[in-house]
Design a protein around this ligand. Structure first.
Ligand code: GLN
Length: 249
């Protein structure tokens, strides 16, 4: 039984005028359904994003990743957002940085990209957004294009932890499972797509609260330095990786 939050109650009251419907939705949320999937949208940073059951529901902590990307993108820059899901990070960056030339948003799930495409239209940034379906663990959808930022909030929960983690049962396993040690995607992204960073470019990652050491080792092994930032609760959550040479000036 999940306790309904004040925020959820407010959204339910705003969305449904019929008291019977309100009660039904409250019961569904109390029994563990995610309100975002019921209403088909969720708030992130400064806007509502279209959400379906193929998307992870955007978390407030992920706003710190978006903030970092907004601050770091050079003028008229470009970026790739790998495992974009609902597109909340990449589309927020396009929306907040109107000078941004191009954002390439990639996900394995066509369903998630469908939600992202709808949000891109609603935000009016669809002309600068390219949405591509690809499995970044096996494909190389970036080719030889260079980007100022490569951003990712990949699946990072250890496979063995997913079923015991509180509050994740309703969301797609595909969006959460980061392999045996939770670091599979970071290893692949840094190892394969470092070639796609423009001069002075950076990786911006969301990481798990206990993955600062893991991401720092991966950075180190690939010739990068990692700077770790916190989320709203003071946990490690954001990692910015820069080439060791370009940070030593
Ligand atoms: N932030 C999610 C959680 O811990 C996990 C997201 C992810 O795997 N990228 O609830």
């Amino acid at each position: 039984m999940a306790e309904i939050t004040r925020d959820e109650l407010r959204i339910i009251n705003e969305t449904y005028s019929d008291p019977d419907e309100r009660r039904r939705v409250c019961e569904a949320v109390e029994s563990g359904e995610m309100l975002a999937y019921i209403i088909g949208k969720w708030f992130f940073y400064r806007h509502d994003f279209v959400i379906n059951r193929d998307c992870l529901v955007p978390r407030p902590d992920t706003e710190r990743v978006a903030e970092e990307a907004i601050a770091l993108l050079p003028e008229n820059g470009s970026f790739a957002d790998l495992c974009t899901g609902s597109g909340c990070i990449g589309l927020t960056l396009l929306d907040e940085r109107k000078d941004c030339r191009r954002g390439l948003l990639i996900d394995l799930s066509a369903g998630a990209l469908d939600a992202a495409a709808q949000s891109a239209k609603l935000l009016g940034c669809n002309e600068r957004a390219a949405l591509v379906t690809a499995d970044i663990l096996s494909d190389d959808p970036l080719g030889d294009e260079k980007f100022d930022l490569i951003i990712s909030n990949p699946p990072y929960i250890r496979s063995a932890d997913i079923d015991t983690y509180p509050g994740l049962a309703a969301e797609p396993r595909l969006a959460l499972d980061g392999g045996r040690d939770g670091l599979v995607f970071y290893r692949r992204i840094v190892g394969t797509f470092a070639k796609n960073l423009a001069n002075g470019g950076a990786f911006v990652f969301e990481i798990g609260f206990d993955q600062a050491d893991g991401i720092s080792s991966i950075a180190d092994e690939n010739g990068f330095d990692a700077k770790i930032g916190k989320d709203y609760s003071g946990n490690d959550r954001v990692a910015v990786l820069r080439r060791r040479d370009s940070s030593r000036q």
